[in-house]
Design a protein. Structure first.
Length: 155
């Protein structure tokens, strides 16, 4: 089956949730984004955020983790129904990445994908280019992350 047969354009899909613990925020930041407001709760109090917050890249990694878990669950479900799951990947990139609000220790982010367009790649017969809007929404219903995502699908 193809993505557009399973998930129509405009239908928001819930991919999964991630709760950001202080330990996870600090561990990620020490490895990949060692700014004081990500690595030290005390130093973070004196920044514009006022508290320890996750790196934007950490929130993006949470989206990807949720997307991969969603694909795995969906493949299992489709195979149980006797259907062939879509063959996805890789991604040629993303656009308009926005970290709208900080993600603080203790926040739970629900990640979503809203498919927008499915079009054949003129330069590569047998492939589709699928675009969508990716978002992260905190426990208060506030968008914290958004970007336009693109992924290649084998048909």
């Amino acid at each position: 089956m193809q993505m557009n047969e399973l998930y129509p354009a405009g239908e928001r899909l819930t991919l999964g949730t991630v709760t950001f613990t202080p330990e996870d925020i600090i561990e990620f930041a020490r490895k990949f984004d060692p700014q004081p407001f990500h690595t030290d709760a005390e130093l973070a109090r004196d920044t514009m955020f006022g508290a320890l917050c996750a790196s934007g890249w950490h929130t993006c990694a949470g989206w990807m983790k949720s997307m991969m878990a969603f694909q795995k669950r969906e493949a299992k479900r489709l195979m149980a129904e006797g259907k062939t799951p879509p063959r996805m990947g890789p991604s040629p990139g993303f656009a308009n990445l926005r970290w709208v609000k900080p993600v603080f220790a203790g926040d739970t982010i629900t990640y979503t994908l809203t498919p927008r367009e499915f079009r054949p790649m003129a330069s590569r017969p047998g492939l589709l280019l699928n675009t969508g809007i990716a978002e992260g929404i905190n426990q208060n219903g506030e968008t914290v992350l958004s970007f336009e995502t693109t992924v290649i699908e084998y048909i």
